[in-house]
Design a protein. Structure first.
Length: 167
């Protein structure tokens, strides 16, 4: 009877091991193919990377910080190439944390987005009249409103992600 129980446990464990192995293979493919999308923010891309890393972890295989950092740097959009090069030259990947990298890249994203917005607005509102002062104040208020809307959208995305992860 003990031998029969042992055989049942052994068969169940081998089946579980095979299922885990297949899941790990699928996750590895997903991880290797993951790239940042054109309309995706760094924050959203970071959440996608963390989802996959957590899935690996739940299957008993931890992905090193260095591997995650290298993956993120390889899979960012071309618009981040300047920042990636600067980071590669200035930092040791074996010591860098993912959160540290994301901070650098998010700062770059914010600066580029801000410059792009200002460039578009200044081009559209260029004038040599007294109305410039009024328009300038209005543009500042508009920036604040846009930032609040953007913050709200990002908060909603985070909440959707949290709700999906919780279920």
């Amino acid at each position: 009877m003990a031998k029969d129980a042992w055989e049942i446990l052994k068969t169940a464990h081998e089946g579980t091991t095979k299922v885990t192995s297949v899941k790990l293979q699928l996750l590895t493919t997903k991880f290797e193919n993951l790239r940042m999308l054109e309309d995706e923010s760094i924050h959203d891309y970071h959440l996608n990377i963390l989802d996959i890393a957590n899935a690996f972890d739940s299957l008993g295989e931890k992905i090193s910080e260095e591997k995650l950092v290298r993956k993120i740097l390889r899979s960012l959009l071309k618009s981040f190439d300047m920042k990636v090069t600067a980071i590669e030259e200035a930092h040791d990947f074996s010591c860098m944390k993912v959160d540290e990298l994301i901070g650098y890249v998010q700062n770059f994203e914010l600066v580029v987005d801000n410059r792009t917005k200002k460039k578009c607005k200044s081009t559209a509102l260029t004038s040599s009249t007294e109305d410039d002062v009024v328009l300038g104040n209005f543009v500042g208020d508009e920036d604040l409103s846009e930032n609040l809307v953007l913050l709200g959208k990002r908060f909603n995305k985070i909440m959707k992600h949290v709700n999906r992860a919780g279920h």
